[in-house]
Design a protein around this ligand. Structure first.
Ligand code: OAD
Length: 234
């Protein structure tokens, strides 16, 4: 890695929130909290059974807002690093939780959406929500029921903020992926985009994902993320 570090991009996945009490996706054999992803994370699943999909995300939101779920030292380390680092820093997360915000991260993009937001299917306007909503909830813009969906990127939908993310990847010196299995495109290819401009690439994960990073450190995020980012500021 070059000794001058001007620009850092970090990608996080479900592994960073595992020690905060939120289950990862692939830990349970392709099930997300006991549901096949096709049922609860595809546009077709929503068309087939909207009630199930609303209830699924309502439960995830309630769980996220419960007292048991809090940022862990990996989240707080990234917020502190962003504050103390003098170069440019972008945090991209595939997670739909709000643990990075709660830890204090600022320059943050949610590429797969957010549990605490809903979207109107007519206007595409996005609204904050910490409450349950269903097919019967009246939309704040068109005032009728049946138009709201979770603001979550489902399989076969386009992730958010891709232009900004690609620009940052193409100009960073260091790219770090934390707690992601590298199974879902396009996030799985970010380290290759970063390498085009010769960025140094690092994986911090519980296990080897088999991807071609320059450096890999294995262990729990709450331990290895503080160790690695503190070493960068020395
Ligand atoms: P996965 O569940 O696929 O992968 C989680 C990764 O975190 C695995 O490689 C684990 O080994 C690792 N891990 C687990 N516990 C950890 C810990 N305590 N410390 C460090 N690493 C740990 O989750 P993602 O890669 O985030 O998409 O999944 C990507 C996308 O697939 C998600 O954003 C979601 C899902 O379908 C959408 O919802 C669109």
């Amino acid at each position: 890695m070059s000794s001058t570090l001007n620009s850092v991009v970090v990608l996080t996945g479900a592994g960073i929130s595992a020690e905060s009490g939120l289950k990862t996706f692939r830990a349970a054999g392709g099930l997300w909290e006991n549901h096949p992803v096709e049922e609860v994370a595809t546009p077709e699943g929503f068309e087939r059974n909207p009630q199930l999909v609303y209830e699924f995300y309502n439960q995830r939101r309630r769980q996220l807002l419960s007292d048991e779920v809090k940022p862990n030292p990996a989240h707080t380390t990234l917020a502190k690093f962003e504050h103390d680092f003098h170069g440019s820093f972008l945090l991209v997360t595939q997670n739909v939780d709000n643990l990075h915000e709660r830890a204090g991260s600022q320059n943050l993009l949610h590429m797969h959406g957010e549990l605490l937001k809903m979207r109107c299917l007519n206007s595409q306007l996005v609204f904050d929500t910490s409450e349950d909503f269903t097919f019967d909830t009246h939309c704040r813009c068109c005032r009728s029921a049946g138009n709201l969906r979770p603001h979550i990127v489902w399989f076969r939908e386009m992730p958010f903020h891709m232009n900004k993310i690609n620009q940052a990847l193409e100009s960073c010196d260091l790219f770090v992926a934390i707690g992601t299995s590298g199974n879902v495109y396009p996030a799985s290819g970010f380290y290759q985009t970063a390498k085009i401009r010769k960025a140094y690439t690092v994986e911090l994960n519980l296990e080897n994902t088999g991807s071609g990073f320059d450096k890999r450190i294995y262990g729990k995020a709450s331990k290895i993320v503080p160790q690695y980012f503190e070493s960068l500021l020395v």
